[in-house]
Design a protein around this ligand. Sequence first.
Ligand code: C5P
Length: 229
Amino acid sequence: MHAVGIVAAAGSGSRLGADRPKALVPLAGRPLVRWAVDGLLAGGVTEVVVTIPAAHRAEFEAVLPAGVLVVEGGATRTASVRAGLAAADPAATAVLVHDAARPLTPPDVVARVLTALAAGAPAVVPVLPVVDTTVLVGEDGVIAEAVPRAPLRRVQTPQGFDLQTLVRAYAALPDGAELTDDAAVVRAAGVPVITVPGDERSAKVTVSHDLTLAELAVTLDGPSGTVAR
Ligand code: C5P
């Protein structure tokens, strides 16, 4: 399957408090964006587009493997993915949209998403169960109601799509609409989204504690299940 990967890496990472864009922050000596790109390639994606903050092109190009296309992202993740999609090879059959902020995503997860697409699913997301008690809290800070957690899932990336399905869904999305993931974009266009098992190692790096945990994971386990280095 000819699958193109889009890595959203244009965020500032202000919640991480780093001195550079989050995607350039090193994990075990390797920038987060490089981990994410290598994981996609190891899982079966054949080419990659990375969306970056415009002011940092040279730093990104210096750390990415040859052949990776670098394009300027936008002010929101939705705008960034739109830019990546516009640069993707239209001859590809499938597209996997991934967050640079999920550096340790095992290639097995990428392969599961690709397998489901190859079997005919138009849209596929990796998910994990919710293990905590989950509640709705009112503006007064008081619990309004408990939410049954059994059917709840946490949605991860990479999210896979038939390329033309995602292109059409973004084209139908009003300018300025901002959604937190791409499954929401195709669902807005009426496309069913199937789920495959995600992986705790795909955890998103948002605050500095997440980076500490990722460093520990690489130190203790090695990049096992991720890319052999
Ligand atoms: O901010 P958050 O962690 O949800 O961002 C998820 C991913 O989207 C990150 O990898 C980030 O770099 C990317 N992003 C982007 N363009 C933006 C904002 C976020 O590519 N304007």
